[in-house]
Write a protein that binds this ligand. Structure first.
Ligand SMILES: Cc1cc2nc3c(=O)[nH]c(=O)nc-3n(C[C@H](O)[C@H](O)[C@H](O)COP(=O)(O)OP(=O)(O)OC[C@H]3O[C@@H](n4cnc5c(N)ncnc54)[C@H](O)[C@@H]3O)c2cc1C
Length: 491
């Protein structure tokens, strides 16, 4: 026990329940609750959609802390400067945080810990974000793993995740010296939400950031979504997935909480979902774990090909193609619906993420990093591990990736997973009146059909910006060239 106050530094764990750093700090006595909006150049700046989410999430956290008698202190700047000063001036005896896994964050945390410990402060760090720490799951030889199935098997063999912690009933607030008060600002003063123009209307209509929103989303999913998840999860026209990803991204809910809530719902019959549906759903959390495992062992996952043989790949510089893709004007309805869903709501269905990513990388032969960057800026769930690992997965340059030569056909994908075109109609209103037979390939519709649907191709809706067969053959030729250059079949 320490007599001096404790400090809990919130980062990507914006919740009160199952927050071991918060519990740890409060166990030591009166505490300060701190969030620092990190502006140091070492950290990858958040994209616009994620900044909006963060703003709302901080407001929810601040309200929840206040309701328990505490106060969320908000500061902006470089934590390497702010934290030691705050600790010194407030006479903090213990600092607690939950771990992060990006290389720049690990380096910062390590340096801070060394500095604080050297000045006699106790530093405690915890795992709040993952079922298993990235270093805890190992291959038989004791090293990192590169293939999902054995990874997940090994992770499961480590046993049931420990039960989540309850939220503290009260927060005993330590006193903040007046001299430090001037370092704090309001969440609004962080300026995270767009103003001119305010493009966040679709985000506000789609989401409720914060811990309560996360819990409500999980409860709804168990009520309604888990039953049939195994097949429904591939249907963008139906609400077949949990949409928990942004809540997980900002740590408003943790995977242990999801795990135990799902198990409990199965045991008590509170969900119509089957054990097989639950197993599939939990394995998706496994993919998230696997991404973090990859990121931890490959710090440059967002910027360098995991498979270095791709370093010599012959990408095209197609600025017009990239712009059409970003704006949802490629002429391929499933691709355009996905890109517009992303722009409007800050989220895109997983199946459509795969199709849009494949289209950019393969049919437009554009470097996956351009797509990763766009998603980073526009997704509310933009995640340093999941986004990078998934883009590399689609590109074929990643660990346990889809081979490069597997190229999604946006027409057949649309017909299979959005058979009536309901998803396309929702996000591409120009095509609303088009018969389902042509909804995924409007350029094949007879003029009379197009006219009746009120569409003039090239005016109301674009003609395809690339021929699918041409794009496919060009991509395969680029792969063949790479293989010839590297003398390898594994590219
Ligand atoms: C090109 C591309 C980029 C992606 N970028 C991101 C990203 O930035 N952030 C992100 O969270 N996910 C990303 N994903 C993975 C996946 O699309 C989303 O996690 C999923 O669509 C989120 O919806 P959900 O919460 O309804 O998922 P559910 O199906 O309900 O799954 C539950 C949770 O499991 C995790 N999960 C599900 N699928 C995956 C997956 N394929 N890989 C890793 N974790 C998964 C997510 O945390 C998700 O919230 C990306 C996928 C692709 C193909």
């Amino acid at each position: 026990m320490t007599q001096s106050p404790a400090l809990v530094w919130f980062r990507e764990d914006l919740r009160l329940s199952d927050n071991p750093a918060l519990t740890g700090a409060l166990d030591h006595g009166p505490s300060l609750c701190l969030y620092i909006f990190d502006t140091s150049p070492e950290r990858r700046a958040l994209g616009g959609a994620a900044r909006w989410w963060l703003s709302r999430s901080l407001m929810a956290l601040s309200t929840a802390i206040a309701a328990r008698g505490g106060e969320l202190l908000v500061m902006r700047g470089d934590p390497a400067e702010i934290l030691p000063r705050l600790v010194r001036d407030a006479g903090i005896g213990l600092v607690a945080w939950n771990r992060r896994y990006e290389a720049s964050a690990i380096a910062l945390d390590k340096a801070l810990k060394a500095e604080l410990v050297a000045s006699g402060v106790v530093v405690e760090s915890f795992n709040a974000a993952l079922l298993n720490e990235p270093w805890q799951v190992k291959s038989k030889a004791g090293g990192p793993m590169q293939v999902f199935t054995p990874y997940w098997r090994a992770a499961r063999e480590r046993g049931t995740p420990r039960p989540p912690l309850p939220a503290p009933e009260g927060i005993r607030q330590a006193k903040l010296p007046a001299t430090l008060r001037s370092m704090t600002l309001s969440i609004e003063e962080l300026g995270l939400e767009p103003r001119k123009p305010d493009w966040a209307g679709g985000l506000r209509a789609s989401w409720m950031p914060g811990e309560d929103g996360a819990q409500a989303r999980l409860a709804d999913f168990l009520d309604d979504g888990l039953a049939g998840y195994r097949t429904e999860r591939d249907r963008p026209d139906r609400p077949g997935t949990s949409r928990l990803s942004p809540h997980l991204r900002f740590g408003e809910i943790g995977p242990r909480q999801i795990w135990h809530t799902v198990q409990m719902a199965l045991e008590t019959g509170e969900t119509r979902g089957s054990p097989a549906d639950a197993e599939k759903f939990l394995s998706e959390l496994g993919w998230r774990e696997f991404s973090y495992h990859l990121l931890f062992h490959n710090p440059e996952l967002a910027t360098r090909n995991f498979n270095r043989r791709f370093d010599g790949f012959g990408w095209e510089q197609d600025a017009a193609g990239l712009a059409a893709w970003q704006r949802g004007l490629t002429g391929y309805p499933i691709v355009d619906a996905g890109m517009r869903e992303l722009w409007e709501t800050g989220w895109m269905h997983n199946r459509v993420r795969m199709v849009t990513a494949s289209f950019l990388i393969k049919h437009l032969l554009t470097d996956w990093r351009a797509g990763e960057a766009w998603f980073w800026d526009t997704l509310v769930d933009a995640d340093p591990a999941n986004n990078a690992a998934s883009w590399q997965w689609v590109a074929g340059s990643g660990a346990d990736a889809a081979p490069y030569f597997r190229i999604f056909n946006p027409v057949t994908q649309g017909e299979k997973f959005d058979p009536d075109g309901a998803y396309v109609r929702r996000f591409v209103p120009e095509l609303t009146k088009l018969d389902a037979k042509f909804i995924h390939k409007p350029w094949t519709a007879p003029q009379t059909v197009l006219r009746e649907a009120g569409i003039s191709l090239g005016e109301d809706y674009p003609r395809p910006i690339v021929d699918l067969d041409f794009g496919r053959r060009r991509a395969l030729a680029a792969l063949a060239e790479l293989r010839a250059e590297t003398g390898s079949e594994s590219a």
